[in-house]
Structure formats: C-alpha cells, structure tokens
Write a protein that binds this ligand. Sequence first.
Ligand SMILES: Cc1ncc(COP(=O)(O)O)c(C=O)c1O
Length: 461
Amino acid sequence: MSLVNSLARRDAAVLLHPQTDWRAHEESGALVVARGDGVHVFDENDKDYIEGMAGLWCTSLGFSEPRLVEAARRQMSLLPYEHVYSHQTHGPAVELAERLLALAPPSMKKVFFACSGSEANDTIVRMIWYYNNALGRPKKKKIVSRRRAFHGSTCVSGSVTGLPNLQADFDLPLPGFVHTRAPHHYREGLPGENEEDFATRLAGELEHLIVAEGGAEQCAAFFAEPVMGAGGVVVPPRTYFAKIKAVLDRYDMLLVADEVICGFGRTGNMWGSETFGMQPDFMTVAKALSSAYLPISGVMTTQAVYDVLADNSRRRGFFGHGFTYSAHPVSAAVALETLAIYAERDVLGHVRRVAPVFQRALRHFEGHPLVGEARGVGLVGALEMVADKAHKTPFDPSLKIGPRIARAAREQGLITRAMGDTMGFSPPLVITETEIGEMFARFGRALDEIAGSVKPAQQAA
Ligand SMILES: Cc1ncc(COP(=O)(O)O)c(C=O)c1O
C-alpha cells in the first residue's frame, strides 16, 4: 500500500501504533477506517470490509448501534463525569454493578470498575497481594499464568501475559510472575496423547511448578482466559479446568478467569467459565461489556475475598487503589444499554444459532493445503497455517505467511488477525449466517492466493 492519501501520510508522521513494526509502518502506512455499519467498516474510499475480528474481539453489537449513541448522549447531558471515590456514587455505577452481578455466576458478589482489561487485571493482582497481606501471609504473592496467555500490556498485566514478543526488551515479566505450559493440544500434545491425558499432564506440570516456586507458602493465584485469545485461540482440552482447580485447591490458590474476550456470549454461554466449568474467585470483564463503544472494564469477586479486603481497608483507612475514570458514568450508561440490548435481542440465543454455521465453515478449511488445524468454540475460531500438515511443521517465520494472508484478506474485503501464522476470527456477535458465509468466502479467496504464491520448497521447509 502506498501512502497515497493524506491521512495515512499524516498518521505515519506522528502516531505511534500499538503492537506494530514502526519501521515497516513508515513504508506501508495505515488502513484508514472511516465509518462502520453493522459488521462492516469502510475505508476512506468507501471500500467495505467485514470486520472479522470485531475490532479487537470487542465490538459485539457491530459498528452502528444507535441506542448506544443515544445512551451516551443522554448521560453526557445529565452528568458527564463524577467519580465513585470515598463514599460517593451515581446511578449508572450502581445499576451496572447490579446488572453485571445478576448475569454473573452466583458466587460473584462485588464489582470494581476500571477502564481497560489491563487495568482490571492489574487491580486483581493488587487485590490478591492485599488479600494475602491482610491474612498475614506476606510471602504468598506469586502469580502463575500460562505461556501464550494475554492479560494486558501494563507492567503487571504484561507480566501475567505469557507472550515473549510483548515482554522482550521491556524487562518483563517482573519477578514473581511464572508461566506454565499452554493448553494447546495441537502444538503441545504428545503423539497419541488424547485431550484428557494431556489435561492430566498439564495439571501435573502446574503442580511441579507450584512446588518449585515455594508451594502454598509463596504461590497466590492462577490466571487463565477460558479460551486463550491473542495466543492463537487456544481451546482447553477436555477436563482441563477441573484438573487445574484440584491442584489450585491443594495449594490454597485463587483462580482468576479473564473473561475479557470470552464474556457476554462469545463461547456460546454468557461466560467462558461456564463453557469450561471454571469456578473462579475473580472474573475480569471488558470489551463486550460496552460493545467497546466506550472504555470500561470490571473486576468481580466473591464475598469471601471481599470480606478480607474490606476488613483490611478499615485497618488501613481505605482501599488505596482506583482510577479517575473508574465507573465513568457515560461508559457505565453505555455498558448498561449494551447489556439491555443483549437481553432484549437474545444475543446469546443468536450466537447459539449461528455458531454451528461459523464452526462448520471454519473446519471446512482443514482440507486446505496450508491449514494444519481449525479450532474454536462459539463465535471465536482460528486457522493455524503449517508448511507440512503431516508433521505440523511451522512455516519459516521470515516468510510472514500470517501477515501476508491478513493483507490478502484485506484486499478481499475482510479484516482478520494474524497471530504469527494463526489466523483469528471473532466477528461481532450479531453477525448473520449470510455474513458468516461471505466472511469465509472472502477469506478463502485470500488463502488460495497466498497458497498459490508459496513454493513447494517453502511448504516443505
Ligand atoms: C484476555 C484479555 N485480557 C486482557 C486484555 C487487555 O485488555 P486492554 O487492551 O483493554 O487493556 C485483553 C486484550 O485483548 C485480552 O484479550
């Protein structure tokens, strides 16, 4: 893409982009997205793209929901800002907390609001450290997570994250954050090992790691996305979370379910925790909470955890943590309207109806010469590209197969996401069967184009 239009040129001159090769960006420039309509976005020339990733797994109601615009306008006129520090509150904060808890598993009793998934996960780590200090366990602070996990980009949530590209040269992870094997059966399973046996091995490895890191005395909590998103849409093997939970219970460790992607129906249930039988002590929500129209996230926790934190807040004078924009009234009003729309339109029922169509279309690609595995659940999925299907041999990373497919898909009018050579799909939850068909048709044309340009020698590399 040449820098033909002025906005792209101005962008390259001044804007620093997250998770982008900045030197490559100087040459390629940006796709300028000008407007959205349903599951489509349009560039400056009005070319249409199906947003196959709902932005960053988040725009659940699509890109033109007038009720969310109106909810924001209404709240802006009434009360554009107030905080919820030190015994002050406002309607949208209380109503949203009540509504969220009504949707959450019954064990969740309290909500703390933040502005992003990263801030919410940072908040949880702080709560866990505070909790163990309050209980007189000052050494019980280590956080265990998984390789390939993504929990955010701040120093703490970036330490819980297990993706080397997001940590190298940033001096992350910080001390006290350790990672165990990802539950990725296709990549990490041994030859002939079934999902149940793989899950048993993963639980055993987790236990070894916990023991090596000081056992119950030092290990505080385990963070997990129900389905790993940015790590390549990794669906856990059958029986995984039951086996992991048994280990955590033996070492008196808390379980955090990071529902930032999976929450609000993405996996075919309201919560990924439900889909995979997790019984968390904390849940992180963001993204689809407001259909991403405004930034807001939340931390939910149990009465048992709350009681310890509350007692300590009294001892210390107050709970010394918060953000200027915690429970921002306009974001909260938009989130409330989003949750109302989910209920009125039975968005979860819709996901359940169209998910089989989505998953069938995804798995259809397993016959394609470049596709090693198709995986997913509900309305999230991925296709992992390999050079040799029989041996699951990855492509030489310098070939940049994933980014090339993403670029070709863009030409075909589809926005998808390359996570290395794994292509992700996580469309708005309101996508129709017809739109799913069109999305994968556009993807198929892009994939064939790249397959045609990959030499047999490269395929066998
Ligand atoms: C599972 C998960 N947790 C946390 C985050 C971080 O959220 P944010 O980018 O809002 O800080 C993300 C972002 O993609 C995510 O996918």
